[in-house]
Ligand binder design. Sequence first.
Ligand code: T68
Length: 833
Amino acid sequence: STAKETARKSTKAKSADTSSITYSKAQIKQSIVKHLHSTLGTDENKANNHAWWKATSAAMQELVLERLRTTQKTHYINDTRAVHYFSAEFLMGRLLSNNMHNFNLFETADAALKELGVELTDVLEEEPDMALGNGGLGRLAACFLDSLATMDLPAIGYGIHYEHGLFRQEIKNGAQIERPDSWRHYGNPWEICRPESIQEVPLFGYVETKYGANGRVKKEWHPGNIVKGVPWDIPIVGYGAKTVNVLRLWQSESSDYFNWDVFNSGGYVDAQRENIQAETISKVLYPNDETRAGKELRLIQQYFFCACSLKDIIRRYKRAHGDDWSRFSEQVVIQLNDTHPAIAIPELMRILVDRVELDWDTAWGICTKTFAYTNHTLLPEALERWPVRMIEKILPRHIEIIYEINHRFLSLVEKKWPGNNVIKAKLSIIEESTEKMVRMGNLSVVGSFAVNGVAEIHSKLVKENLFPEFEALWPGKLKNVTNGITPRRWLKACNPLLSELIGKKIGNDWPSDLTRLNKLSEFADNTTFQNQFMKVKQKNKEALAAEIKHLTGISVDTKAIFDIQIKRLHEYKRQHLNLIHIMALYKRLLEDPSYDMHPRVFIFGAKAAPGYTLAKDIIFAINKVADKINNDPRVNHIIKVVFLPNYRVSLAEKMIPAADVSQQISTAGKEASGTGNMKLALNGAITIGTLDGANIEIAEEVGDDNIFIFGMTVDEVTELSKKGYNPFDIYYHNNEVKAVLDWLDTDYFTPGQPGALSSLKNSMLSGGDPYMCLADYESYSEANRALNIAYRDKSRWAKMAILNTAKMGKFTSDRSIADYVERIWKLTPCTVE
Ligand code: T68
């Protein structure tokens, strides 16, 4: 396919080639010291690691900004078509190490700092994570930006400059506590404020209907409030450092002149109150994944960043094309990362119809050639719907436009299915419930030229279950693009030992063409290579063991199986299935001390949404079971359970290289794709997982012998639901399940507090076990037995691990981006010399 080839060509042969930018050790050293003096105002003797981090970052940023200028000039001169990635979340993590790797200056900087008596690894630890996202959706956006820049594609990310990113998690007596995250507290060396590109955003107020001389109806929105959007740019360095794109994040501020009247009439205090309201918009990231916030402020956040971004895009377009709107959709494609930015659709219509005064059909033609929408979930509680009354109040003109879009759309539906009101009610953008709602998913499908799911199975379910009639209405509009991850961060940077080994074996081109890893397959049976590969794994496990000790005080046996489940805490992800199985192993060992199992350390990392009680109860239960097991001398040489607090990108980078086993155990049909599954497999962990999301495609790639698949398929889950699922049937027929669930009711794990873990049992019994943990339990337990046996055979396991790494080529985000380019965006790379 041509797009894939162009994409590949652009990334090819630039692996370690940084052509224009070569910086010697002496130059880096000089630059760092210069910034220590003149940017930080300190010196080599006084500087702590934090100051060294800032000075080193500033030294890198100098190079970054030079490439940014060149890139922007090149894009401008070539008047390139660009993708505009609209996302409420970008989970960037740390940037220094990434930028050094992409400039191929990591080793040089390491050596330079050594000469200054400073350890680079310590310096890197000073950087706070940029955690402007919840989980997979936000991290996917970050991986995509990396690939876009790497593949020399003109792209810009648009989002919100949250003052507080995702909360910091502390664990007190086993329970999660949320603390504010202040990632910019001591300044951020990467972001650049661009006051010259400030935008204004209207809110509230009313709409006036005017009649022009030609009899044409004109709508004028008189906003009740105007806020300012201040852009902060984060440079995004591609691998090889040719292209540097930007992530533009909007910060809200009060618009000074808007409150001028209040101010002048002596209302100084009231004027200040208005300021605080405006500044609240970008204050904090909503910490819910897979559930609607339903809050006014959340809708305002969404509109705020969409309005700023559209104005920014239009300003740039007009600079090149003036008032000729005919080429807009040739130059601009906007990708909506879920429905969070869907309000951009009526906003663009408002600008084109009310401001530019295009007729509706022309405006709608432009809109529906500009937007494309990615769906990330089928869970009904996550599908965004906003009360009509809320939109009416905050965005009075937009609700009119949404109704008009819907009116015209429903006439199309009427043509296709004459007189069928059931279909009409189902497809309507407006849900006619007691409280009328706007369905943002339907709006997104109607207003976009392409819609995609994020893994084959998920896209199939989007087509067949979520939007079946849309497929009939617009055949071909619904597509698949399977997710991917950047191998630069998720192998090269986070796992230097494995990267070095791979490089020695197959060369250093794999980070920009991950399919080359397949060459490792040839060595999967080679004993020497198996030993080398597993020695790296062992070293990584030792490093993680030290980190576990440091963070929790728990000592773990590095010869044990490191079994890792890392992801947001959610019932559908079934951390509680993992937990009841751990309890069962514990019970088996107590009842039969000779029970045959290889020592195993179960490691969790997960944040729960602050308002999600059961998710927090599961964290509490994991910690209580961990306490008991870890302190029980009868078993603690065989099982350990570790919950690592404050799971985040930088912690993932330490955990993933050390994993032997990757837990991917969601109920089939519920996990749209998963991306942690890809990161772990890439680093040689063996998956124990269900046939859900991208697990299915991982299984296809690695082969049945190199993965432990268990549990019901999507069809079996559907069938069981239809037939009626009763978890009590399993409870009464499986003694182990019964004993373990009953154990949760006692005070065994929570001395003096019987019932403290009962909510977990209830959720899986009287609560109906909505995610069917018990239905999959037996099969999960069997898969774990098989896994235990496989690990005993060192050579077999090593071969499996090698083949997992070797077969992950498909899951690079470069391939995802190539798919988007080919199937949706139709972009051409632009080489920046
Ligand atoms: C995830 N979604 C999917 N949502 O769960 C995961 N939601 O299967 C997939 O791999 C990933 O997206 C990337 O496609 C999320 O992470 C959220 O974080 C979220 C945030 C706000 C509102 C709703």
